[in-house]
Design a protein around this ligand. Sequence first.
Ligand code: C2O
Ligand code: CU
Length: 654
Amino acid sequence: MSAAALIALDRILVILVAVSWGWAGGHLLVSRKAVPGGHPQVSREAVPGSRAGSPRAAGWAAALVVIALVATAVRLAVTVALAGHGWWFAGEKALLALPLLLPPALAAAVVSVPGLLRGSFSPLVVLFPLTSAYAAVAGVVVAVGMGYPLSPYLSVVLTPAVLGGALATWSMLTRTGPPGRRWRVAGAVVVAFAVAWSGLSVWNARLPASLRLAPGGSVDVTALRGPPEAAPESGPESGPASGKVRRFTLTAKPATITLASGRTVEALTFDGRSPGPPLRVRQGETVEVRLRSELADRGVTLHWHGYHVPNGEDGVPGLTQNAVRKGEEFVYRFRADQPGSYWYHTHETPNRALRAGLFGMFTVDPVDPVAPEGFDEPVALHTFGGSLTVALAGSPPADGFATRTLTPGTPVRLRVANTDNGPHTLGVSGVPYRIAAVDGLPVAGRALRDERARLAAGGRYDLVFTMPPRPVLMSADGVGLLLTPGAGAAPAPSAGPLIDITRYGSGDVRAPERFDRSYTWVLDRLVALRGGVPRLSHTVNGQVWPRVPPALVKEGEWVRFTVVNRSGEPHPMHPHGHHVLVLSRDGAPAAPVWMDSFDVGPGEVWEVALRADNPGVWLAHCHELTHAAEGMTLHVAYDGVRSPFALDGHNHPE
Ligand code: C2O
Ligand code: CU
């Protein structure tokens, strides 16, 4: 069974186990009262075949205990199977939840079932199923609130709680009248301890009004900037290609945009457009973008998704700059050395502002071979007001199919970017095509015929083919682009099989033989203390932003990340300022591919390698931005880099 299926099954089982033990224990308590002689004031001994007691009740209780035992055994088997997929999937179950549950459950099997079959409701017969019920409830708390690794806070509360519950139950079952003083004191101590410990963990999780993530270090992110403004006498066109400066100004403002269908949507835009103005430059040129804001209700920044800009140009509020507020401006400058398909977007409250439209395409044409040729266009897939659209530069987003007429023989490159929060599935019908680049970097792969590929949130695929003498349809989840020579019927959207992008490329990219450091990110859906309040969150190693410990790296190192998804949804992970080389997916070695947004599916384990060659303090997060906002955000910090910026009332990079 797949890890994802086992995780889902375990979620059901943890509830079933708690309900079945709770039912069995509760039934025993009730039945015991009804059995004369079952009560300790009469006798502590079992009352075999008590005439007044109901043998039916005892039989039924035995059946309930057996049901709970079966559920427990299945859960044990599922945990073992999960451990077979990796210890990350089973650790806290194997080390805490099951060790609390198995001893009383085993005792219930050995003592309670035979006892009940004899009709006995002795204290021991009742004690073990009840203790199993406490442990099973603790198991629910572990499942809801603790991922991998084991959380000391919860372990320290749950273990004494179950033991204390068992002792209190024993005292209740064996004594007459109210519990003795010793028991009351012991109970009070346990409760006081649990309350104090929980209070301490909440206190620890609270956030100050202003938090600096990288306060120490000798290099300031404000020094890690692009080239200084060129001296006027050097001129924008003088010198080598790299001497040319391309200047743009983008103004963030609210606007009403009109989709191709005529539907209007209230959006947040750059220059009144969404997608914003396409920025297209040639490799080697210097890009200078002046960002201005007319937004009254929030700040704005420009983040160059996937582009290896100097850290100070990365556009992360609270880390590399302060969010630009109304009337302010910020100038981004960097050399466009990487050719390829990229995009830009705001990183201030991106889950609302990017989704509402603050993004645009950024394309860098190579100098060798000189591009573009033929029909070479960025294509954004974005959901506006609940409708998926396909947007080509210069035309309104099409909430349906956009059409272009092309001469047969024209080389076509569609630079498709998924600017949405979830994955989209792309296909081309009517012509064989290749995926020529993934996340801006070239890949060499076979021709695809009616096959499809899933594109992660934030990711890009360059789809390449030669226009045939008949119509071609690029489709994605019900929208698309029809390219037609002017006549002929449109082909049906591709419905072919999905390829695995980690097995698509060929050629050789050498992964290092050894890594200087390794990190594991276990992604989960848990109740966590977010801003000091327990809330359902998306966690990394059981923690939420900004409390997830950063990955520390040194310039020049190769760093391996093992990313494990224990949740039921895909997590398109996106480290800023770097691409990662995919090493393996679920243990299967990957074909050479570098990505900046890689979709870790439910139950999957990805190993990726990062070359630490761009010093700074870099955000890394899930590009399902709801997840990022609910905790799944952290940072990669280079040794010795300091940031003077803080997370405060104005800066919300998540
Ligand atoms: Cu596309 Cu942190 O961003
Ligand atoms: Cu996610």
